[in-house]
Write a protein that binds this ligand. Structure first.
Ligand SMILES: [Zn+2]
Length: 78
């Protein structure tokens, strides 16, 4: 483990591997969102009216906000 973070984005998203996170991100970008990894709730666009963006999503159940850019940046390289 070269990371000093004691809690990675992978763990934060309740996932097992980097691949799982990538798969999740791709589902958001493809606008076919997987269920919320934290509660299995449905994800919807964060900005319903504003210019459509498939980068920001929100869980309707638990209210968690997923910003794909932030997740991507926190993701380890390998
Ligand atoms: Zn949720």
């Amino acid at each position: 483990m070269k990371s000093k973070n004691n809690r990675s984005i992978i763990q934060e998203l309740n996932m097992k591997s980097r691949d799982d996170v990538v798969k999740f991100l791709k589902s958001l970008w493809n606008e076919t969102p997987m269920p919320c990894p934290l509660c299995n709730g449905e994800l919807v666009f964060l900005h319903k009216k504003a210019k459509k963006s498939n980068g920001d999503w929100k869980c309707e159940e638990c209210g968690h906000i997923y910003r794909t850019i932030n997740i991507l940046m926190e993701l380890p390289e390998t």
